[in-house]
Design a protein around this ligand. Structure first.
Ligand SMILES: Cc1cc2nc3c(=O)[nH]c(=O)nc-3n(C[C@H](O)[C@H](O)[C@H](O)COP(=O)(O)OP(=O)(O)OC[C@H]3O[C@@H](n4cnc5c(N)ncnc54)[C@H](O)[C@@H]3O)c2cc1C
Ligand code: FES
Length: 271
C-alpha cells in the first residue's frame, strides 16, 4: 500500500475498553490473516510512533477492520476517531499464519481474538472447518463470538471468573482438543504472552503444529529499528514485525518459568 490514507467508515463501542473501527483505504490491499497495520493515532507529533494492530477483517470491497482495547494514550485517541476521519495506515505488514492442517483450532485470549476472525474466514474459504476456543478474564473480555456464530464456526468459551462458559483459562479447553484421536489439530493462537507460552508448552512434543501471533513494542514496524525482538529458540533474535508477528511456537525461546520471552515484558511506553 503506497498511499497510506484510510477513512473511518464506522466505529463501534463494544463495551468496556473495546472498540472496532472499519476503514476504507485510498488504495485497497490484499492481506493474509495474522498480518498487521501500523496506525498513526494523532495529527501532530504526539504520539510520535504509529501503533500496531492486527488486521481483524479485510473485505473483498477493500475495507478493513481493527479491533482494539484502550490501554494508553494512543488507543484512547483511536477510540475517539469519528466517521469520516482520516488516519495514516501502513498495511499489510509482517508474516501471517500459514493455513495448514485439516483440523484448525483457533485459540484466542481477550482482544487476541482480533486476527482470528479474519483467519476463520480464510480457512472457511478453503473449505476447512475451524473451531474457536476463546478465553477472557470476565464475560466482558469475550469479544466477537457472535461474528463467529454468523460464520457457523463452533466455539467454546471460558472465563477466569466463571461469568460465562467454563471457569478457568483457555488452555483448559485446548487440552481435550489435543487429546482427541484422529487428525492432529493445527493450533493458531493469539493472546497475552503468558497464554501463548502455555499454549506452546501444551503443544510441545505432540503432532499438533502450533502457530502463535506475538506482540512486542514496535517503533518502525518494518524491520529497521530492532525494537521488537524476541529471543529465538536456536539462539539469536527474531523481529516480531518482520519474521513475525506469527511464528511457529518452537521458533521462540519461551521463558522456562512459563511466562513470555523476557523482551516482551514491558514496563515503559513507546511514545
Ligand atoms: C503485531 C501486533 C498486533 C497487535 N494487535 C492488536 C490488536 O489487534 N488489538 C489491540 O487492542 N492491540 C493490539 N496490539 C497491541 C497494541 O499495539 C497496543 O495496545 C498499543 O500500541 C498501545 O498503544 P497506547 O498508546 O494506547 O498505549 P501505550 O501508552 O503505548 O502503552 C500503555 C500500556 O500498554 C502496554 N503495551 C503497549 N503496547 C503493548 C504491546 N504491544 N504488548 C504488550 N503491552 C503493551 C504498555 O507497556 C503500557 O503499560 C498489537 C501489537 C502488536 C505488536
Ligand atoms: S519494530 Fe522496528 S524492527 Fe520491529
Amino acid at each position: 500500500m503506497n498511499d497510506e490514507r484510510a477513512w473511518v467508515v464506522s466505529r463501534e463501542a463494544l463495551g468496556g475498553e473495546y472498540y472496532r473501527l472499519r476503514l476504507r483505504p485510498a488504495e485497497p490491499f490484499s492481506a493474509a490473516p495474522g498480518q498487521f497495520a501500523m496506525v498513526r493515532v494523532g495529527d501532530g507529533l504526539e504520539p510520535l510512533l504509529r501503533r500496531p494492530f492486527s488486521l481483524h477483517r479485510v473485505d473483498r470491497s477493500g475495507e478493513f477492520e481493527l479491533l482494539f482495547r484502550v490501554v494508553g494514550d494512543g488507543t484512547r485517541r483511536l477510540a475517539r476517531a469519528r466517521v469520516g476521519d482520516r488516519l495514516d495506515v501502513l498495511a499489510p505488514l509482517g508474516r501471517g499464519f500459514d493455513l495448514v492442517g485439516e483440523r484448525p483450532v483457533l485459540v484466542g485470549g481477550g482482544v487476541g481474538v482480533a486476527p482470528l476472525l479474519f483467519l476463520a474466514e480464510a480457512l472457511l474459504d478453503r473449505g476447512l472447518r475451524p473451531t474457536l476456543l476463546l478465553g477472557g478474564r470476565t464475560d466482558r473480555d469475550l469479544l466477537c463470538h457472535d461474528d463467529f456464530r454468523c460464520l457457523a464456526v463452533p466455539y467454546r468459551l471460558v472465563t477466569e471468573d466463571g461469568s460465562t462458559g467454563e471457569a478457568g483459562r483457555v488452555t483448559r479447553l485446548l487440552q481435550p482438543e489435543l487429546a482427541r484421536g484422529g487428525e492432529a489439530p493445527a493450533v493458531y493462537a493469539c493472546g497475552p504472552p503468558a497464554m501463548l507460552a502455555a499454549v506452546s508448552a501444551l503443544c510441545q512434543g505432540r503432532a499438533a503444529r502450533c502457530q502463535v501471533s506475538m506482540e512486542a513494542s514496535m517503533a518502525c514496524g518494518v524491520g529497521a529499528c530492532l525494537g521488537c525482538v524476541v529471543p529465538r529458540a536456536r539462539g539469536g533474535y527474531l523481529r516480531v514485525c518482520k519474521e513475525g508477528p506469527v511464528f511457529d511456537a518452537d521458533q521462540v525461546a519461551w521463558d522456562p518459568a512459563g511466562a513470555a520471552p523476557k523482551k516482551m515484558r514491558r514496563s515503559g511506553t513507546n511514545s
